[in-house]
Write a protein that binds this ligand. Structure first.
Ligand SMILES: [Fe+2]
Length: 208
């Protein structure tokens, strides 16, 4: 099934049509595990970082909310990930364009044929597993922090297939490739985004 195309309001910008508070209430409604809630907020912050980095700062709210909501069905329906979320989003009145963007991050899995096309969708695809790998990597460090994490150190973890084996190296590699980026660049910028989040510098301020 091909879902609707990405939304534009009458200014031509992608527009979420939902507030951050409303979206976070949904995260808490469908997720109880602190890990999942933290992951949602991490991917939100990373998406907002890349929106600004890549020249989409006007659409940062949209990018962030896609990140916040991207795994909404995963805790309760891991076997129907990105399938069940279509029903949930319809029931909760989420606009079809957020749905399309979220669903596209599981392209290639769960009979999912919605391919990441917009740069925002490609970034989501690329950073989802990578933020998980970074999260696992910092737990091994004395600092337990991203602030002293280097690309070199992260790459060692990336190459160690036994480390955080659930984080798909293939998705990370393909994500960078689909963006036309070197893996090192994707890692460097994602670390930087998570450092900003850790320092409390990532903006969650949404336009009214
Ligand atoms: Fe995720």
């Amino acid at each position: 099934m091909i879902l609707d195309r990405l939304p534009e309001d009458n200014t031509g910008r992608l527009h979420p049509g939902i507030t951050r508070d409303e979206a976070f209430a949904l995260v808490e409604k469908y997720n109880k595990e602190p890990f999942h809630i933290q992951h949602a907020e991490t991917v939100e912050a990373v998406m907002r970082y890349f929106a600004t980095k890549l020249g989409y700062s006007d659409e940062a709210d949209f990018w962030g909310l896609v990140g916040l909501l991207h795994d909404l069905d995963f805790e309760q329906f891991p076997d129907e990930h990105c399938i069940k979320v279509r029903e949930i989003f319809d029931a909760e009145g989420i606009n079809p364009q957020i749905k399309r963007a979220v669903v596209s991050h599981a392209y290639g899995f769960s009979q999912n044929d919605v391919k990441p096309e917009h740069q925002m969708e490609k970034v989501l695809y690329a950073v989802d597993e990578l933020t998980g790998l970074i999260g696992a990597a910092i737990l091994m460090r004395p600092s337990r922090s991203t602030l002293d994490l280097t690309v070199e150190s992260l790459k060692k973890k990336y190459k160690d297939k036994k480390f955080a084996a659930g984080c798909s190296r293939e998705v990370i590699r393909k994500g960078a490739e689909d963006l036309g980026w070197e893996l090192d660049y994707l890692m460097e910028e994602t670390i930087r985004a998570m450092q900003d989040m850790e320092r409390g510098e990532s903006s969650r301020i949404m336009e009214k």
